[in-house]
Design a protein around this ligand. Structure first.
Ligand code: HEC
Length: 244
């Protein structure tokens, strides 16, 4: 908020300016993100808000455009491509870009700057077929509850990753032996991932593995869905969970 005006984002990277006293809309800017871009998004077509500087409002659009608007009327001032929109990257965070595939890049822009950005590295999105594990409802429920109670705080809700730690769904450690050595024995203790030997039974750790693998399979099915299924989404329609 600045000078009595609230700047908020909606799904599809739409920005609104509202009078903070009355709630009345002052302007609305829709960057018209192509709807099939929902396919590349890790976590729906969300946007975690704008940045304000002087009389400019900045928003990162889902398709990678960094957009500067005139704060007074919402008119476009300039835009820059932070990555090639044909690559499976998105911006969903607070002006950050990611592929949902453990691939990150920090870009810094300077107002009035003249430098060219370095070339984007090629994106290698790997969603390998996960290993086998139990998939009966009772094991998956137990795994989910144990995950939520012991792992989610660091590894993110629904095993989706949180942009800082590895996305467990696509971890090379999903194989039973390496999973046990990390999660139970504490092979990565020195890096901040304790072993859970004192807190969980081996069968608990295995149930969590089964749950994470079931989430990996859901994500894989989503990624393999054809892009044109996403083309007719209305703004505000959640992409991942409801549309196709
Ligand atoms: C206090 C935070 C924290 C908690 C809680 C936590 N982890 Fe971790 N975990 C980490 C960190 C940090 C790493 C990254 C270590 C590194 O840099 O190699 C990690 C890495 C891992 C890895 C290796 C992934 C890879 O691809 O390298 C696995 C598997 C893992 N955690 C599973 C779990 C499971 C299962 C739970 C719950 C039983 C859990 N973690 C709870 C912090 C946590």
């Amino acid at each position: 908020m600045a000078n009595g005006v609230l700047y908020v984002t909606e799904p599809w990277s739409v920005v609104q300016a509202l009078d903070a006293r009355t709630g009345k809309r002052i302007w609305r800017y829709d960057p018209e993100v192509p709807r099939d871009k929902a396919h590349d998004s890790c976590c729906d077509v969300v946007n975690r808000g704008v940045a304000l500087w002087g009389d400019s409002v900045f928003v990162g659009a889902l398709d990678g455009r960094l957009i500067a608007l005139d704060a007074r009327n919402g008119k476009l001032r300039w835009r820059a491509e932070t990555f090639d929109p044909a690559t499976p990257r998105t911006i969903t965070g607070a002006l950050t870009a990611n592929t949902g595939a453990n691939d990150r890049r920090l870009l810094v822009y300077k107002l009035g700057g003249k430098s060219e950005l370095p070339e984007s590295p090629a994106v290698v999105v790997q969603h390998p077929e996960p290993p086998q594990a139990a998939d009966d409802a009772a094991t998956l429920l137990r795994g989910r509850l144990l995950y939520q109670g012991n792992c989610g705080v660091c590894h993110g809700d629904s095993a989706m990753g949180n942009n800082m730690l590895p996305d467990l769904r696509f971890s090379p450690m999903l194989e039973p032996a390496s999973w046990k050595s990390v999660v139970f024995d504490g092979a990565l203790k020195a890096k901040g991932m304790i072993g859970f030997e004192k807190f969980l039974a081996e069968s608990d750790v295995e149930a969590i593995r089964a749950y994470v693998i079931s989430e990996a399979r859901k994500e894989l099915a989503f990624k393999l869905m054809p892009r044109d299924k996403f083309a007719n989404l209305r703004p505000g329609t959640k992409s991942r969970f409801s549309a196709p």
